[in-house]
Design a protein around this ligand. Sequence first.
Ligand SMILES: [Zn+2]
Ligand SMILES: [Zn+2]
Length: 303
Amino acid sequence: MLVRVLGSAAGGGFPQWNCGCPGCRAVRDGSRPCSPRTQSSLAVSADGEQWVLINASPDVRAQIEATPALRPDGARATPLRAVLLTDAELDHSLGLLLLREARSWQLHTTASVHDTLREGNSVLPTVRAYCPVQWREVVPGADVPLGNGLTYRAFDVPTTKRSRFGTERGPGRVVGYRITDVGSGRAVALLPGVQEITDEVLAQLQDCSCVFVDGTCWRDDEMPRLGLASKTSREMGHVPMSGPGGSLERLADLRAERKIYVHLNNTNPVLLEDSPERREVERRGFEVATDGMEVRFHHDSTR
Ligand SMILES: [Zn+2]
Ligand SMILES: [Zn+2]
């Protein structure tokens, strides 16, 4: 199984066009060691030939071009088979509009996310004016074969974040995915957005070879401290890395071969490779994703 990090930044990217926070300044002027990053998206494949996309960011066109395995191998023959969304956030769904040139593709979302894409932000009716999209409802807990050597199981990720569009109802506004390679039995967990790592969420991450987890903010009050926004990380739907109940603490005992932070906001000091926060994350056994990072698990019987 292969997982490719197409984009490792949170919404806005790194740097963000209208931001002059210390991180955005450093990546623009090269004054600190750090790399630019596009907005959050992952691609997963069993064999390197057929791929599914986890979230479609506004940077999807450049991300596909930057990834030889995702380029077409014949006339309009894309190796992308399906798009799975974790939620209806614009930084995860605007890329659907940019896939409108396809003949068709499969979209997997919960009913709640589908409602928002249809009635809330109108992303889906707009794409459908160009390209038939086959929607498949994601039902948390159900095992779904993707038909290319992979199966997935979504799990609900509770959130109290208020919806901007007001159409999302009940559970299923945010999910994480466990994707299993049928051939090897290995699983990866994809969790780019999680407000709290509850015991139920933690249980879904057990026995995974690798977890890709929400790395939006280092501190809960990161944005207010920088004077950039009034909302805390948790209020924006993202558990911070540090502090009580933070992801470093909650995932400390998780037995995965690799624990990788994705969806990094441009304010997060771990993006700066010489920061004490980055050193702490690495000391605790976590990695910070970069664009283009590839994680590969071979077919074998050991986990
Ligand atoms: Zn996001
Ligand atoms: Zn910034």
